[in-house]
Design a protein around this ligand. Structure first.
Ligand SMILES: NC(=O)c1ccc[n+]([C@@H]2O[C@H](COP(=O)([O-])OP(=O)(O)OC[C@H]3O[C@@H](n4cnc5c(N)ncnc54)[C@H](OP(=O)(O)O)[C@@H]3O)[C@@H](O)[C@H]2O)c1
Length: 245
């Protein structure tokens, strides 16, 4: 399974916790060359230390800032001479009914979940085009396939990630670039902590009692990466076996 992972240069956004951290742990074990981004540098440094990564394998990155995402990717290329994979993973899920008008939460979701993914694509694509190889892995969600009350804006961003990824897939055919959407169901991470409405947070935490470990996501990343170069895994949707939604 480590074929197609060993020595690949992989940039992960939102690598300071949850799915991004789990992917970093898995890919480090399988011999990838990692460059990790997130805002919480202390967390990134602790993870890098545990994984035995060099101190310059982490870069403080806010994905809402296009120049910071570019700096993260440029840094990976400067260190390793190329970029093989970017996992556009950073995201948040402050659910609430639209009638509450939580405009700041809507703005943050659009900025991080949607524009952050676009900035990752903008930063990595020029290098991948030049290399004529690469893989762009964008993290969507079950909410990229469905919507439920309280989750409209989050679902809009995650549907958007899938639409952008499919457009990208069609556009990058001449450059031998692979594109993968990974859409998880409930996975145990800090994601429910991003909910600012206490009653909604409580409801979501109850739903998340069924959540599966973050390593489930890491396995999907490893699977998509480790296919032969001429096999493009475009989409993976996975859930806890118990999850109905
Ligand atoms: N867990 C689930 O059930 C689930 C299901 C479907 C989809 N997802 C998606 O999976 C992705 C990862 O979420 P998670 O579940 O692992 O939650 P998490 O544990 O809260 O991790 C979110 C990550 O995103 C980063 N992040 C947030 N805002 C950022 C910003 N402005 N700039 C850079 N990084 C930022 C956080 O790092 P810093 O705070 O250090 O910046 C953190 O590393 C998200 O896109 C989420 O929508 C999760």
């Amino acid at each position: 399974m480590t074929d197609g992972i060993k020595n690949k240069v992989v940039v992960i956004t939102g690598a300071s916790s949850g799915l991004g951290e789990a992917a970093a742990r898995r890919l480090a074990r399988d011999g990838a060359k990692l460059v990790l981004g997130a805002r919480r540098l202390d967390r990134l440094n602790a993870i890098a230390g545990e994984l035995g990564l060099a101190s310059d394998a982490v870069v403080e990155t806010d994905v809402t800032k296009v120049d910071q995402v570019k700096r993260l990717v440029d840094h990976a290329v400067r260190l390793h001479g190329r970029i093989d994979v970017i996992v556009n993973n950073a995201g948040l899920m402050p659910h609430s009914p639209l009638e509450r008008g939580k405009v700041e939460d809507w703005d943050r979701m659009i900025d991080v979940n949607l524009k952050g993914v676009l900035y990752g694509i903008a930063a990595a694509l020029p290098y991948m085009k030049e290399q004529k190889s690469g893989q762009i892995i964008n993290v969507s969600s079950v909410a990229g396939h469905k919507v439920n009350p309280g989750g409209a804006v989050y679902a809009a961003t995650k549907h958007g990630v899938r639409v952008i990824s499919e457009g990208l897939r069609q556009e990058v055919k001449p450059y031998n670039i692979r594109t993968t959407i990974i859409s998880p169901g409930a996975v145990a991470t800090e994601l429910p902590d991003s909910i600012t409405a206490p009653d909604v947070a409580e409801r979501v935490r109850k739903v998340y009692e069924m959540a599966i470990p973050a390593d489930s996501f890491a396995s999907m990343v490893a699977f998509a990466m480790s296919q032969p170069e001429d096999v493009d895994v475009n989409e993976i949707l996975f859930r806890p076996t118990r999850q109905e939604y």
